[in-house]
Every structure is written in structure tokens, then in C-alpha cells.
Write a protein that binds this ligand. Structure first.
Ligand SMILES: C[S@@+](CC[C@H](N)C(=O)[O-])C[C@H]1O[C@@H](n2cnc3c(N)ncnc32)[C@H](O)[C@@H]1O
Length: 224
């Protein structure tokens, strides 16, 4: 199973964290094809892997496909990702990838409300609404790592966070570090400005307008 550049980047960083301090459970939420979850399954010995998608047919196909490899550690669940309940005696790594930023916020908000005492790290690779997502993350999470990834013509910010608030490791609204080191920084900045300008032009004086106006200011002021 060859992972895309995007999924491979998530996988490699998750494994680095796992080697430093092992996770008991990995959650591939919104798993669809399950590539990342099953790669984590193949590269770990003792951890439980939960593959979760809300579409029953997707989960049924995954179950059949991986039946012969499964030693009992892989669990396939048809569930809305917002509804997962975590064992508070375990250490969890939760992947939210390939969905929009607004869906990611909905899932994150529900998980932290339903599991306020859980020990959990998140690997997040949203398709959109990155600024809104960062505004949300800033209130509840601590930054572990972040990068800008190019996969074909698309760019993705990968944000690895821990559910604990630490003022000194607060998540920034535009991202740190990767702007100066990335060869795609200017192209990505231009894409973001174009995107938030468009949102801005379609909304007037509501929350979306305020958010996109703020995003525009932040992205335009990045000195690259
Ligand atoms: C584009 S795929 C992403 C697959 C994989 N995570 C990736 O990054 O390549 C999006 C999947 O998310 C699932 N999905 C969207 N919202 C969900 C939710 N709230 N709970 C569970 N699954 C969800 C969809 O059914 C779909 O299979």
C-alpha cells in the first residue's frame, strides 16, 4: 500500500511521536480507504487501531479487505467521528484527515467535550478553512509540530497537537516555522489571500466576514 505524500507525512510524524512515547490506541477517523490506519496497523505490534467512517458501505468493504491480516488489533466502526468515546487509561493518537476545517472543528469540539479527561494527541490534515481551524485549536490545544505539505497541486497544513493548554506552546493563527523554510510559501500565501478575499466578498458584516477579514490581514502581513 503506497501512501500519498500527504498521508506518508502524517504517518512518519505519528511514528516519530509513537517511538518517543507509545500510543495504546490509534484512531483513523473519517478513514474512507483506511490506508493510514492500516499502515499504522502494519507498523505497530501492540497498539489497537480504530478505523472509523460514517458510511456503512465503506466500513463493510474495509472489514472484508483486511479480514485476513487482522490479528484482532484492527477495529472497524461505522460511526460519526463526533461520537467516539475514549478509554481514559490509555494514550490515544487521533487522525482527522481529508475533511474540511469546519468538519474537523465539529469533530474536535465534540471529542474534547465528550472526553475531557482523555490523554490524546491529534494529527490533523484539513482540506480547507485552515484559519478558522487554527482559531479553534488555539483555545484548547498545545502545538507538537506543524508543516506545509504539497501533494500534487494541493497544499495542506499538517498540525500535530496535544489536548492540553500551554500558553508557551500556543498554536499560532497562521502557522510558524514552515513559512520561512518552505519552497511553496509564496504560492501558498497567494492562494490563501485569494481564497479569503473571495469569502470576504460573499459575506457582509457577519461572523464569516469578520473571520475572513482577519485572515486576510494576517496572511497579507506575512513577511516572506
Ligand atoms: C476524503 S475522505 C478522507 C479519507 C482519508 N482520511 C484521507 O485523508 O485520505 C473523507 C471521509 O470522511 C468521512 N466522513 C466525513 N465526515 C465524517 C464524520 N463526521 N464522521 C465519520 N466519517 C466522516 C466520509 O464518509 C469520507 O469517507
Amino acid at each position: 500500500m503506497k501512501l500519498s505524500a500527504r498521508l506518508n507525512h502524517l504517518f512518519e510524524h505519528i511514528m516519530q511521536f509513537h517511538q518517543l512515547s507509545p500510543y495504546d490506541d490509534f484512531w483513523d477517523l473519517c478513514c474512507d480507504h483506511g490506508f493510514l490506519g492500516m499502515t499504522l496497523f502494519k507498523n505497530t505490534q501492540n497498539s489497537q487501531i480504530h478505523l472509523v467512517d460514517q458510511v456503512p458501505k465503506i466500513v463493510e468493504i474495509l472489514k472484508q479487505k483486511y479480514e485476513k491480516f487482522n490479528d484482532g488489533r484492527a477495529l472497524f466502526k461505522t460511526q460519526n467521528a463526533t461520537q467516539i468515546i475514549l478509554n481514559t487509561n490509555k494514550r490515544h493518537l487521533i487522525v482527522i484527515a481529508g475533511v474540511g476545517g469546519e468538519t474537523a472543528i465539529e469533530i474536535l469540539e465534540s471529542i474534547i467535550n465528550k472526553n475531557p479527561k482523555a490523554n490524546m494527541d491529534f494529527a490533523i490534515s484539513p482540506n480547507s478553512h485552515i484559519f478558522q481551524l487554527r482559531c479553534f485549536l488555539q483555545k484548547h490545544f498545545t502545538l507538537l509540530h506543524e508543516d506545509l505539505i504539497r501533494d500534487g497541486n494541493r497544499f495542506h497544513e499538517h498540525i500535530f497537537v496535544r489536548f492540553t493548554f500551554n500558553q508557551s506552546k500556543r498554536i499560532s493563527l497562521t502557522g510558524q516555522g514552515f513559512w520561512q523554510n518552505s519552497p511553496y510559501a509564496k504560492v501558498y500565501q497567494a492562494k490563501l489571500i485569494k481564497h479569503y478575499r473571495l469569502i470576504n466578498s460573499h459575506n457582509t458584516n457577519n461572523d464569516k466576514y469578520k473571520m475572513s477579514k482577519q485572515a486576510l490581514e494576517y496572511y497579507s502581513n506575512l513577511a516572506l
